[in-house]
Design a protein. Structure first.
Length: 330
């Protein structure tokens, strides 16, 4: 994938298995069941969202929907992989297919019973899941967290809290439990939307957009730069990409200075989750500080791109020109 440092892209499905820093877990999980009138429920009394999924047993939750719950279970809890239980029904809006879901997460060690990490304390919910109940579990053995989430949250409301057991078979000491509460939802942009930026330097490449927002470019005699050029074309009013952002959801097109297009997510009709730590430095430095909804022209010199390495259709020592629409972040 163009603009990446290497070809191994960490997906939002697998990242939940390793918790780093503020627990940007990159979810894709799930839940379903019935709670008691006092707002608590036990895993043994809740029903699984799918008959194909094993039930997470022996877990009790108390607390107010939408706030960090108190979770109780005996240390040394035996956990079956991909087991799930609804621990508390939500009281928010119905979860909508196609919406990006932001969820608060807490990870517990099954063997010690201790909390390992949580997003609640710093209020940094994970927003990696785009809810799609049609893309549910087809095989328990190979189920991804996203499929489990899509299956189990079908018909559920925000502030529903669920537990998901994960045990990769490497030993009970490595088994853990994720407690997930989706707290908000939103639609991703489909193209950059915001205020057109004025006073763009006249010597830069000229960008035009078709009716769908797809860019084309006139290099305008531009010869490149030995420094990174970051020129907003449209200024969005969404949240800012910062050093804590895991990924930006984008549409983009890339060209070499001779005007030859080498890649475009628009042509694949599929947005791209740009995991910032995996991107070339020109993207890492150029996207941080930009806002969701924005469109940005990036001119990336070789030392911030692929350097003296040929990369597919990109010759060695190439200056790269990108137009990037920032549609969401997580």
């Amino acid at each position: 994938m163009v603009a990446m440092q290497h070809t191994s892209l960490v997906t939002s499905i697998t990242r939940a298995a390793s918790v780093v820093g503020a627990l940007a877990l990159c979810v894709s999980m799930a839940a379903c069941g019935s709670g008691s009138p006092d707002g608590s429920a036990s895993a043994s009394s809740s029903s699984s969202a799918s008959a194909k999924l094993p039930k997470l047993e022996g877990v009790k939750l108390t607390g107010t929907p939408g706030k960090k719950p108190k979770v109780e279970f005996k240390k040394g809890l035996k956990i079956e992989n991909n087991s799930v239980a609804v621990l508390q029904e939500g009281d928010g809006d119905a979860m909508k297919s196609g919406d990006r879901i932001c969820a608060q997460l807490t990870q517990y060690s099954a063997s010690s019973g201790e909390e390992v990490a949580t997003t609640w304390e710093q209020n940094v919910p994970d927003c990696s899941l785009v809810f799609n109940p049609e893309n549910g579990v087809t095989s328990v053995e190979s189920a991804t967290l996203a499929q489990i989430a899509n299956t189990t949250f079908k018909g559920k409301k925000l502030n529903t809290t669920i537990g998901i057991g994960i045990n990769d078979g490497s030993g009970d000491d490595n088994a853990y439990m994720l407690i997930m509460t989706p707290v908000s939802q939103s639609k991703d942009y489909t193209k950059a939307e915001g205020e057109q930026v004025k006073d763009i330097p006249s010597d830069l490449p000229k960008v035009t957009l078709d009716s769908a927002g797809k860019p084309s470019i006139d290099m305008n005699g531009y010869k490149g730069s030995d420094k990174l050029v970051v020129q907003p074309l449209i200024k969005g009013d969404g949240p800012k990409i910062d050093e804590n952002t895991y990924a930006a959801v984008v549409n983009y097109t890339g060209w070499t200075l001779d005007g030859k297009q080498f890649d475009s997510s628009w042509d694949r009709n599929q947005t791209f989750d740009a995991v910032l730590s995996n991107m070339i430095k020109g993207w890492q430095e150029g996207l941080v500080g930009q806002t969701v909804g924005s469109q940005v022209l990036l001119v990336v010199p070789p030392d911030l791109g692929y350097g003296d390495q040929e990369q597919g259709e990109i010759p060695a020592n190439s200056t790269l020109v990108f137009v990037v629409d920032i549609l969401a972040k997580y």
